[in-house]
Design a protein around this ligand. Structure first.
Ligand code: ZN
Ligand code: ZN
Ligand code: ZN
Length: 166
């Protein structure tokens, strides 16, 4: 449905709940269908005219951001999926999710790992180097002083430039 139909009386800067869009003062062609619209997606920072067009942007985004390699072992996701489909066992009794070793298949068809380590780039499968990690330093009160803990928040791959959000 067109946002203009859904929110016919919206004023400039109006932000409908949960959609991450707002009505701007400028009219530009919709990113997807090129129809002129004043609605702007905050997630994509571009004009978008309808729910369908916004869905199309998310679909495209999700396809582009699908991991190709597992971050815990660097194996290709396609290979892991095949392995799980052939040799997988239910994650727990009655579960529809299949697992094989530390990898499992979610209901959405994504391959996930139970390992918390990110050792490999999910875009090219290269082993990450220490400099690739985005480190977050967190201070915690420790008695009368503070202790600093180093956490890994994400990475930027040295081989392909792929970057994860922190
Ligand atoms: Zn559109
Ligand atoms: Zn893995
Ligand atoms: Zn990479």
């Amino acid at each position: 449905m067109k946002f203009n139909q859904k929110f016919p009386n919206a004023e400039i800067d109006f932000e409908p709940k949960d959609l991450l869009i707002f009505k701007s003062a400028n009219v530009y062609p919709c990113e997807v269908c090129k129809e002129k619209t004043s609605w702007v997606s905050m997630s994509f920072e571009t004009h978008v005219c309808s729910e369908e067009c916004l869905d199309a942007l998310w679909k495209e985004y999700n396809v582009m951001n699908k991991p190709l390699f597992c971050e815990c072992c660097g194996k290709s996701i396609a290979e892991l999926r095949k392995e799980i489909e052939e040799d997988g066992i239910p994650r727990f009794e009655g579960s529809k999710q299949l697992k094989c070793g530390k990898h499992y298949l979610t209901e959405r068809g994504d391959v996930e790992s139970t390992s918390i380590y990110m050792d490999y780039c999910s875009d090219c499968g290269s082993k990450l180097e220490y400099e690739d990690y985005k480190l977050i330093y967190e201070s915690h009160p420790w008695g009368s002083t503070t202790a600093t803990e180093t956490l890994i928040g994400g990475y930027r791959c040295h081989a392909c430039g792929f970057e994860t959000e922190v």
